[in-house]
Every structure is written in C-alpha cells, then in structure tokens.
Design a protein around this ligand. Structure first.
Ligand code: TYD
Length: 142
C-alpha cells in the first residue's frame, strides 16, 4: 500500500490492532477517535469474482466516508479534479478517507476481496455526482 496521499479531501486512517497469534487479529475503529466522524451507516462489498468489475465512478457533495479493504486487495483510484492517485488497497489496518468532492473508482479486485465502507450519513442519491463533467462543474462553482 502506498502510504502517501496526494489528493485533496483524503488521508490515511490507521486502525488499532492486536495480533492475537495464533488466534487471529483484532482490528478496531471507534467513532471520533481513529474514525474522524460519528458512523451513521456502513456497507460492505463482497463476491467480487468478476475480474472486470468496476465500482464507484462518482464523487459526493458532502458525504464523508472511509474505505477499507478488509480481505484481499483492489486498486482505488482517486481524482480531486487536479491530482490523480492510484492506491493499492491490500492492508486491512489502513483505511482511506473519501471526503467530499473526490472522484473515486475501484477496480482490479482479488476474488477474495471484501471492502468495508464507513459513512457519516445515510444514503442520499442527491449527494452523488455521478457524471465526471458534472463533478468538474461542481468543483468550479465553489
Ligand atoms: P453505488 O454507491 O453507486 O455503489 P459503488 O460506488 O460501490 O459502485 O451504489 C450502488 C447502488 O446501491 C445504487 O443504486 C444506490 C444503492 N445504494 C443504497 O441504496 N444505499 C447505500 O447505502 C449505497 C452505498 C448504495
């Protein structure tokens, strides 16, 4: 995992962990501690067996999220409208902040990949920018 984040409205989140070898690892996130908001929603994505799957391709106006790869790996592509970055998500102890106005795409999933996302608000379709030109226009409005 590349640990330097160059795009705006992002950053790395390190989870606390206990290596209980040979009884597994315990990995912990807490609202307003290592997770920088109160979690109102979470979702996970699994069964990523199709090598050609692509997800994301959108940005949010206000939503704050943290994305984790809790098993396997995938490639997260971030674009703040100026800078672009590609992050190999292969370490379950680190999450990446998906703050507002950050175009994101997920691809190259390993078959065993499981993605966990924490969000600071409920699902609202009106918060999505699903078209890239609309995203760039939204950035230039502010
Ligand atoms: P979307 O956010 O586009 O998925 P991804 O970014 O992973 O490709 O969501 C896919 C569909 O699921 C879309 O129709 C909206 C719906 N959805 C909800 O109803 N609630 C949710 O919390 C999320 C994340 C998605």
């Amino acid at each position: 995992m590349n640990k330097k984040i160059k795009v705006k409205n992002s950053g790395l989140i390190k989870l606390q962990s206990f290596n209980d070898f040979p009884d597994g690892n315990l990995v912990i996130g807490e609202s307003n501690r290592n997770v920088p908001f109160v979690i109102k929603r979470f979702y996970f994505i699994n069964n990523l067996f199709n090598k050609k799957s692509h997800r994301g391709h959108h940005a949010h106006k206000k939503l704050e999220q943290i994305i984790f790869c809790i098993n396997g790996s995938f490639v997260l592509k971030l674009d703040d409208g100026k800078n672009k970055q590609r992050i190999l998500m292969d370490n379950p102890h680190y999450g990446v902040r998906l703050g507002p106005k950050l175009w994101h795409t997920m691809e190259k999933f390993s078959a065993d990949c499981v993605i966990l996302v924490l969000a600071d608000d409920y699902y609202q379709e009106s918060d999505y920018l699903r078209n890239y030109d609309e995203f760039i226009k939204y950035l230039n409005k502010k």
